[in-house]
Write a protein that binds this ligand. Structure first.
Ligand SMILES: Cc1cc2nc3c(=O)[nH]c(=O)nc-3n(C[C@H](O)[C@H](O)[C@H](O)COP(=O)(O)OP(=O)(O)OC[C@H]3O[C@@H](n4cnc5c(N)ncnc54)[C@H](O)[C@@H]3O)c2cc1C
Length: 457
């Protein structure tokens, strides 16, 4: 519970209906899709930027921690209020303020759900490329704070590539605006990039100008099965190495395929050891030509079954199942640990071999799901935290998976971010001076460390 005086001051700017501090309500904001929990003291639902500014002025005066929250779908513990304090939840700032396809931007409040942006743009023949698997729930504020990616980011790039401008409230309550409605803008430091991936530790996003793109003329989707996981991974390297850049290239191993098939009944071959879901988009003739080249490459790597989606509904079914994979997996055991180590694409086969060997060493089941075309892997280990011996082995396995990624010139996270899950691994991929540099930035912007404290900076 917040001190009564602080609560009363907050209630001078926030309607009491938008202030929660009952224990049962607070419990709903103590967790995300990671495995830790910590209770906030209060949850506030602002409706305007000025309200956010007012909350932060009070929080900074009394040095109360403030953690922004979108939909709570983070898988790394980023929105968990480890130092308690106030959760600022953006579900009531969810308005699309402007759609301007002529100038190729959309302006949104932070609580707008990613999929609602797609729905707003589709009638104009436009789309917003970043498409996290959680797009039907996750908010744009969370996407920006995590620099979210998704399957088609292979071709189109991630969130930071689409943020033209931001309105941000600083820890002091000051409101700053940077970037603009222009696709080209080289005015001062690229602050949009600094805030993308900052996980709510530098400021709170209250408005975003996002770049949008025209929808491609055509889309072709292919599902390919292999009887060997190594061959599956080598097909990825071969396709990318040949100069073809699909919109998406998703790899699933047998355990993932089986879990999806058992849940969604799509007729997937459960005996296949690996599969690739490949999507091309663009103009018809180019897609046809590249599809032929891809089919040659997967055959050279021993594909056992190749099927092109023959209708939009079949394509949608495949993607719905793929997007549901994490949720399906999460039902296999009380807890699930999923990470997103990323390696250069030529090292995908080696990284997958390492993941499988490490899981075997620690007697754990692992499902491998990957945005393989950009080297971004999601090893998923279903587990039970209450089984202390198994939980210990899971943690050891992930220590080694991160070490293996670093040894292969990889990195800790391709899209999920650092949060609570990965801060201890930062020294594997950054030297101490670099980590200190991030801390200097944090200290300059948030001297009292009230914004999402206890995370990586
Ligand atoms: C099934 C599933 C599939 C997923 N697939 C993908 C995927 O394909 N790609 C991917 O990148 N991620 C994926 N994720 C992870 C997650 O959905 C993303 O990280 C997403 O961007 C989080 O958005 P959110 O609204 O849920 O944010 P939250 O989880 O609520 O918060 C995430 C972080 O953003 C901060 N934050 C939230 N709003 C603001 C704001 N307005 N200003 C400043 N900081 C803010 C929070 O403090 C926190 O640090 C997946 C998660 C699940 C559960």
């Amino acid at each position: 519970m917040l001190d009564e005086n602080i609560k009363n001051q907050l209630l001078t700017i926030i309607n009491p209906e938008r202030y929660l501090d009952q224990p049962e309500a607070l419990a709903c904001y103590a967790y995300d899709a990671f495995v830790e929990e910590s209770l906030p003291d209060a949850v506030i639902f602002p409706k305007t930027t000025n309200e956010v500014s007012g909350i932060l002025k009070i929080a900074s005066q009394f040095k109360v921690p403030v953690t922004a929250r979108g939909a709570g779908t983070s898988v790394c513990g980023a929105p968990i209020p480890v130092k308690h304090g106030i959760i600022v939840c953006f579900s009531k700032m969810d308005t699309i303020l402007d759609v301007n396809t002529r100038d190729r931007y959309i302006i949104v409040q932070p609580g707008v759900v990613n999929a609602d942006i797609q729905k707003a743009l589709a009638p104009f023949g436009f789309f917003y490329p970043p498409d996290p698997g959680s797009m039907n729930t996750a908010t744009i504020g969370g996407n920006i704070a995590q620099n979210a990616g998704g399957p088609r980011c292979l071709k189109y790039g991630v969130t930071v590539d689409y943020v033209l401008g931001l309105e941000v409230v600083l820890a002091s309550g000051k409101i700053i605006r940077f970037g603009s409605k222009n696709v080209k803008d080289v005015t001062g430091y690229k602050l949009t990039s600094l805030f993308c991936g900052s996980e709510g530790t530098l400021g709170i996003v209250t408005e975003a100008i996002l770049k949008v793109r025209p929808l491609p003329e055509t889309t072709k989707t292919l599902m390919v099965m292999f009887d060997d996981l190594d061959n599956t991974a080598r097909a990825v390297t071969d396709i990318i190495g040949s100069g073809i850049l699909p919109a998406a290239m998703e790899l699933m191993d047998q355990m993932t395929l089986t879990a999806i098939e058992d849940a969604a009944n799509l007729g997937l071959d459960k005996t296949a050891q690996g599969s690739l879901l490949i999507e091309l988009d663009g103009v018809e003739e180019a897609c046809e030509k590249e599809m032929k080249q891809i089919i040659e490459k997967v055959k050279e790597n021993g594909a056992t079954h190749i099927q092109e989606a023959n209708s939009e509904s079949q394509r949608q079914n495949i993607w719905t199942a793929r997007r549901a994979a994490y949720g399906i997996f999460a039902k296999l055991a009380p807890d699930i640990m999923s990470e997103d180590v990323t390696v250069p694409v030529s090292k995908v086969p080696a990284m997958i071999r390492k993941i499988v060997a490490i899981a075997h060493k620690y007697r754990l089941k692992v499902g491998v799901l990957a945005h393989a075309g950009d080297g971004n892997m999601h090893p998923m280990i279903p587990t039970n935290k209450a089984d202390r011996d198994e939980w210990h082995r899971v943690k050891k396995a992930f220590d080694e998976i991160f070490e293996a990624a670093a040894q292969l010139d990889g990195t800790l996270s391709g899209e999920h971010g650092i949060g609570l899950a990965k801060s201890k691994y930062l020294p594997l991929v950054m030297n101490q001076d670099t980590i200190d540099f991030m801390k200097i930035i944090k200290k300059a912007v948030d001297p009292d460390n009230i914004l999402n404290p206890g995370k990586f900076a």
